[in-house]
Design a protein around this ligand. Structure first.
Ligand code: GDP
Length: 288
């Protein structure tokens, strides 16, 4: 069963963005550096048209640095697009986005023509953290009750730099099966929307091919190259004492352990898709 998760209220967000976009100079899309392709919302491109775009690969502290460079190069090669990597909790690098916006819209700036920026991103990508870092606010502005429209928020970053937070919620749009698994593994999809064991097996399948040494080191297990995905999960469960009795592994518990270790970055810096792989998933056409 593939993951499909597309809650309602999207039309409200869509309408609000469409109304705001006319007076916007640069659109920032916050992406998860571990899954840039899958954490994008394809609808946004249609809504924002030809506006210059800044892609921020957030949580780069958790992602594979080599793959972050590959994704940055991929986006920077696109017209009217720039990309930067960030760890949203660090103040100084976050200021980079101001410079990047000025580079994208050089005719904006100054009191007469302030820079007007719209910031978008799927839930959990780190938007509140980034906004708080930029504004120096101590407490997150919350109100992210799933799918409920919240009031549009304008943040003044400088006298001539306004940042609008997207009204409503921009849900991920899962168009290929692998994106669904990657979103679930990253924590972007609500827990009760998917089967954890299935997601953990898909995650291990990718890690086995790309980051086997990190898995082996973290769980202190023997080389996993020749193993089936469920055998890897079984070995991890055994090592961590996730047992049901009679020597059987509690695969559900083992799956939870794998996901926790991935999300917290305990296995090391991992990216779940390269630009080429993501393009191939789209081309393979297993569209949902
Ligand atoms: P929002 O739903 O997009 O507003 O996401 P939040 O700002 O609430 O962040 C979601 C989670 O990701 C929180 O636990 C943050 O602490 C964490 N987070 C945000 N940015 C980063 C980052 O750059 N690196 C890491 N490691 N965690 C981050």
């Amino acid at each position: 069963m593939a993951i499909q998760w597309f809650p309602g209220h999207m039309h409200l967000t869509k309408k609000a963005i469409a109304e705001r976009i006319k007076e916007i100079d640069v659109v920032i899309e916050l992406l998860d550096a571990r899954l840039p392709g899958s954490s994008a919302n394809p609808m946004l491109a249609d809504l924002t048209g030809h506006k210059p775009g800044l892609k921020i690969l957030n949580k780069q502290d958790l992602a594979d640095p080599a793959q972050t460079q590959a994704w940055l190069a991929h986006y920077n090669a696109q017209p009217a697009t720039r990309a930067i990597g960030l760890d949203a909790s660090q103040t100084a690098p976050a200021r980079q986005l101001i410079d990047a916006c000025h580079a994208l819209a050089p005719n904006r700036g100054g009191m007469a023509k302030p820079m007007r920026v719209l910031i978008c991103g799927i839930p959990n990508v780190g938007k509140s953290t980034l906004i708080n870092t930029l504004t120096g606010a101590r407490k997150a502005k919350t109100g992210d009750e799933a799918g409920i429209t919240k009031l549009e928020q304008r943040i003044v970053l400088a006298d001539d730099f306004y940042l609008w937070d997207t009204p409503g919620m921009l849900w991920p749009r899962i168009i290929v099966a692998k994106s669904g698994y990657n979103l679930a593994a990253s924590g972007a999809v609500g827990r009760n929307a998917f089967d954890e064991e299935l997601v953990a097996l898909e995650l291990l399948s990718y890690l086995k091919d790309h980051y086997a040494a990190l898995v082996e080191a973290r769980f202190r297990i023997d080389p996993i190259a020749g193993l089936a995905d469920d055998e890897v999960l079984d070995a991890i469960g055994r090592k961590r004492g996730a047992l049901l009795g009679k020597g059987k592994v509690n695969m559900q518990k083992a799956a939870e352990i794998v996901m926790h270790e991935f999300r917290s970055g305990n296995m090391g810096r991992i990216t779940l898709e390269t630009p080429e792989e993501f393009a191939q998933w789209l081309a393979e056409g297993q569209r949902l």
